[in-house]
Every structure is written in C-alpha cells, then in structure tokens.
Design a protein around this ligand. Structure first.
Ligand code: TMP
Ligand code: ASP
Length: 244
C-alpha cells in the first residue's frame, strides 16, 4: 500500500525550497522544490522553467546514488514530481564548498584563472548567515561560535571529499565536468544523531560544464545573464535522468 503523507504546517520557506511537517511523522519532513531562483543573497530574483521538478528529480537520483555508495543522506523517497520526504535534521549552519576547477569566488581569492585545474580539490567552509552574507570561515571560527565541534568538522570534510570522489566520474560519464559544488549537512534525532548529507545537489548548487566545450550548464547562466537558462537545466536533466 502506498503511504499517505499529509502536510501539516510549513516550517521553513527558503529561496528555492519549502519544508513542511507531516501528520503522525515527527522524524520526517516534506521538502518541496520551487521554480524560484535567486542570486547574490536574493538581490536578483527570477524563475527557471520546471526547476522545482528538475531539481527534485536530480536530487532524488543523486542522493540515491550516493547512499548506495555509503553516504548517509536525509533522503527517504520522492512522492510527487517536486516533493520528497526527508529525515528531519538539525542543520549544521556551515556551507561546505568543494572545488575541482577554479571558478566563481575562488577567482577573487587567488590568482587562478577560470578553468584552471586545481592540483588538489579545495574544501571551504562558509558560515550560513544571510545577514552576514555567508562569510568564509576557518575551523577555529566554527569551534569558537560553537556551531560545530572538531569531530563534526572532520566528518564534514571527509564526507565532502568522498562525495566529490563519487560524483566527479558520475558527472563525467554524463559528459559534465564537476567544477565545484556546495553541500549542507545535519544531524537526525533532534541534533543528537549522526552527521548526514541534507539539502540538495542540483545545477543551483553545482557548477557543471559541458565536458567537451566547457559550456556552463548551471545557475551561473542565471546569475550572470548568460541566456539559455531553462535549456541548460533541461539539458542536465536529460543527461542525468533522461527526464524520466
Ligand atoms: P562560489 O564560487 O560563488 O563561492 O560558489 C561555489 C559553489 O557553491 C558553486 O557551485 C555554487 C554554490 N553556491 C551555492 O550553492 N549557494 C550559494 O549561495 C553560493 C554563493 C554558491
Ligand atoms: N543562494 C544565493 C542567493 O542568495 C544564490 C546563489 O548564488 O547561488 O540568492
């Protein structure tokens, strides 16, 4: 029998997703993906055609792929084209960025030119705080602010590196170069459980370039008005799920 999940209350609405509690299931949440797109801390706003459906489908596919390879994630099941059931996590307020190729904000911090292949992947931590503009932080900032322990940070770094090792060939097989990406993690059991991967993995949160031409097929097309935004999302969907 297929289980029914009845939304009770919206507990969070972010720039790209909404979260609802579910009747009779306190340990789970319903995550709904929106078509809305924002950039530069929501100074730029718009919509991307079918983004909610595409990002839900891609996150489902990728989180399932990762969990089959030993990565603990919050994903439980997809219940509609743009909705999924997830474990309720207490989110660690750190955005973990992994970079394989120089692009984006790294170009402002180093002398690397866009497209430079990094000798070793870079892992960075950003403090998730819109009012501060998500500043980059070090381990000691995170520990001083008590947003994570030393062992949490070790787990974040190890999981991010492992996810990168799994996803680089995953995307390359689909003719996509994984330039960089952002991950979020949390703990289940009201923050007392183990660290697991949360949020989403989509063209909103990854830089993906065509492996042959280096054409950008991600949210940079929206951020920097490059045109062909809807087509880029549709192309990534086609290459990964076949737009099932
Ligand atoms: P950055 O080069 O602008 O620091 O971005 C690094 C990666 O993180 C890139 O793949 C896009 C992703 N990202 C987000 O998912 N959310 C954000 O708010 C920002 C700034 C970047
Ligand atoms: N999350 C960013 C925003 O604040 C968007 C981005 O650049 O990905 O709107």
């Amino acid at each position: 029998m297929t289980e029914k999940y009845n939304k009770i209350k919206k507990i969070y609405e972010g720039k790209a997703k909404k979260l609802y509690t579910i009747k009779g299931k306190p340990d789970l949440l319903l995550q709904e993906f929106k078509d809305d797109a924002t950039a530069f801390n929501a100074q730029k706003r718009g919509k991307i055609l079918n983004k909610g459906i595409i990002n839900c489908e891609l996150t489902t596919f990728i989180f399932d792929y990762l969990s089959k390879r030993g990565i603990k994630t919050h994903f439980v099941k997809q219940i509609s084209p743009n909705e999924m059931i997830i474990k309720r996590l207490k989110i660690v307020p750190i955005e973990v960025v992994v970079r394989n190729i120089a692009a984006g904000s790294l170009l402002k911090k180093t002398r690397f030119k866009e497209g430079h292949k990094l000798a070793k992947p870079i892992v960075e931590f950003y403090y998730k705080d819109d009012a501060l503009g998500d500043p980059m932080i070090s381990d000691s900032h995170a520990i001083a602010m008590k947003i994570a322990t030393e062992s949490d940070l070790k787990a974040l770094r190890q999981m991010a590196e492992k996810i990168n090792i799994i996803l680089k060939p995953f995307f390359l097989k689909r003719r996509l170069r994984l330039v960089d990406f952002k991950l979020e993690f949390g703990k289940d059991k009201g923050g007392k459980g183990r660290i697991m991967l949360g949020d989403e993995i989509t063209p909103d949160t990854c830089r993906l370039w065509d492996a042959k031409t280096n054409r950008k097929l991600d949210k940079d097309r929206f951020r920097f008005d490059l045109g062909g935004v809807n087509e880029a999302y549709a192309e990534v969907r086609k290459r990964i799920t076949g737009g099932k």
